[in-house]
Design a protein around this ligand. Sequence first.
Ligand SMILES: *Cc1c(COP(=O)(O)O)cnc(C)c1O
Length: 309
Amino acid sequence: MGVESKYIWFDGELVPFDEARVHVLCHSLHYGMGAFEGIRSYTQPDGSAGVWRLDEHLERLFDSLKMLCMDIDFTEKEIKRACLETLTANDFTEAYIRPLVFFGVGEMGLGARSNPVHVVIATWQWGAYLGDEGLRSGVSVKTSSFTRHHPNAALQRAKIIGHYVNSILARYEANEDGFDEAIMLDMHGFVAEGTGENVFIAKGDKIKTPPVANILPGITRRSIIEILEREGHQVQETWFGRDGFYVADEAWMVGTAAEVTPIREVDRRLVGKGKPGPLTRRLQELYSAAVRGNLDYMKQYITSPTLVE
Ligand SMILES: *Cc1c(COP(=O)(O)O)cnc(C)c1O
């Protein structure tokens, strides 16, 4: 499946897919200044679209922009409406929604502040980010030789375009070495996260996930912690090394794109029996139910395009 759709929202208007273009001297193309979000909508029980935790994603987008000192000409409410409008215009119910904010053409150089700030919202149909087989049987991961950004070299809470070179290098390395995905350690050598997913491990009745320090604080991570707590589990937000994976009974990664993807092996060591465990399976089921409007206590997280003024 490709990234095609009928329309892309560009600075306030829906334009046909092929006309959503930028100039080669667009500042962000050169230096990576800008921020984005990754959001998903799912088909709800009545067949309509429902966007999962849209408000939280937009809050994070606006926080990212604040951290970058980038101002846009639209309010959070306007961007919310625009996301829904784009989805509806493209007749999608299950789709990925990608708002992106970037500097356009004007000054060059790192001190540029006056360039126009553009906002686009694209939607496309995206299946399982780490493959259907990954969702079913789990993925193999490798501890990356690339360290996750030092917190004093990057703004970890922001989804900033330029930061992703670090993730891409880790992902390439893992794929070239025959693994599906990479796990990145922080500057102290503790597990941080995947290249675009947060991670969890479970051993006995203990469940751990790295704290919000050297990770992107994922919205899926938050949903999964809430589901686990509702199921009577406690989640420790704490540091652990790569050996945490080596001796875990279960491990999984979470993100808007990856949803709940089991981790089957880490650095050529099987996690548990090398198959998705019962807790991971249960989380996959509950998360899938939640986003599709079938989990009562999470229905409030779904936005219907038809119900927004
Ligand atoms: C987007 C992202 C995640 C997952 O965040 P969600 O809000 O759950 O989609 C995790 N890590 C990184 C580095 C990311 O970019």
